[in-house]
Design a protein around this ligand. Structure first.
Ligand SMILES: Nc1ncnc2c1ncn2[C@@H]1O[C@H](COP(=O)(O)OP(=O)(O)OP(=O)(O)O)[C@@H](O)[C@H]1O
Ligand SMILES: [Mg+2]
Length: 216
């Protein structure tokens, strides 16, 4: 496992993590550990709490009870070290893809050197994001999530809308992140894709962790 010496944490642990939406228990007493240099696949049926867990890990939602420990960091202090690819692309629709990435890179004190080649962002990246196709959006969103070299990379259904080549490109990007030493959390309904990448599985059922295992 190669790990950047500057990584601010190398495990993320949830402790009795609970999120209630009104009376809906979206996540209940979840105790899970995610580790550097590993891809943990979070699996479960629709509505089992996967996206809720991702949103909590991303500090985009507050737990009803429980805590998340990012090494010795807690709460919003971890936010700059998190990369998120979720349902919302988090891109400004009237800016081009590259302008979006430039803005985001500037926030993190990075440049876009090599990013275009690395993510094979073609001419579509020079058009306003609102004109991009679903798959093109997903590719930009992935570039955005990886740009800051996050310590914790959260991917919620990242293969949505991607063609075969796009899925292969995504899989190799995820492997490269694991090699880099990122803590990767992957939610995917594509079983073959997930199984191919998984070092460990966490299974959720109606908001509860029913099984947290090493991959076979
Ligand atoms: N903002 C919200 N307000 C109310 N209920 C919510 C909210 N977000 C999620 N829920 C509920 O919490 C439960 C878990 O939802 P979540 O989105 O985490 O499921 P999921 O496992 O990601 O499902 P899917 O596979 O369909 O993406 C569901 O019952 C859902 O309806
Ligand atoms: Mg979901």
């Amino acid at each position: 496992m190669l790990r950047a010496v500057t990584a601010p944490f190398d495990t993320v642990r949830t402790e009795q993590l609970t999120k209630l939406y009104g009376r809906t228990p979206a996540l209940v007493n979840a105790n899970v550990e995610f580790r550097a240099g590993e891809v943990t696949v979070v699996a479960g049926h629709n509505g089992s709490g996967k996206s809720t867990l991702v949103q909590l890990l991303a500090q985009l939602a507050r737990p009803t009870r429980g805590a998340i420990r990012y090494g010795s960091l807690e709460g919003r202090a971890a936010r700059p070290h998190v990369g998120l690819l979720a349902h919302a692309s988090l891109l400004y629709p009237d800016l081009t893809g590259l302008e979006n990435l430039e803005l985001y890179a500037a926030l993190y004190g990075r440049t876009l050197d090599g990013v275009r080649e690395r993510f094979e962002l073609g001419a579509f990246a020079e058009r306003p994001v609102r004109t991009c196709s679903r798959g093109q959006l997903q590719r930009l969103a992935l570039a955005r999530a990886l740009l800051s070299e996050p310590t914790l990379l959260l991917l919620d259904e990242p293969s949505t809308g991607l063609d075969t080549k796009g899925v292969a490109r995504l899989a190799s990007a995820i492997r490269a992140e694991r090699e880099r030493g990122a803590i990767v959390v992957l939610v995917s309904h594509d079983r073959a894709f997930a199984a191919d990448l998984a070092d460990r599985f966490v299974h959720l059922e109606r908001g509860r962790v029913v099984d947290a295992d090493e991959a076979a």
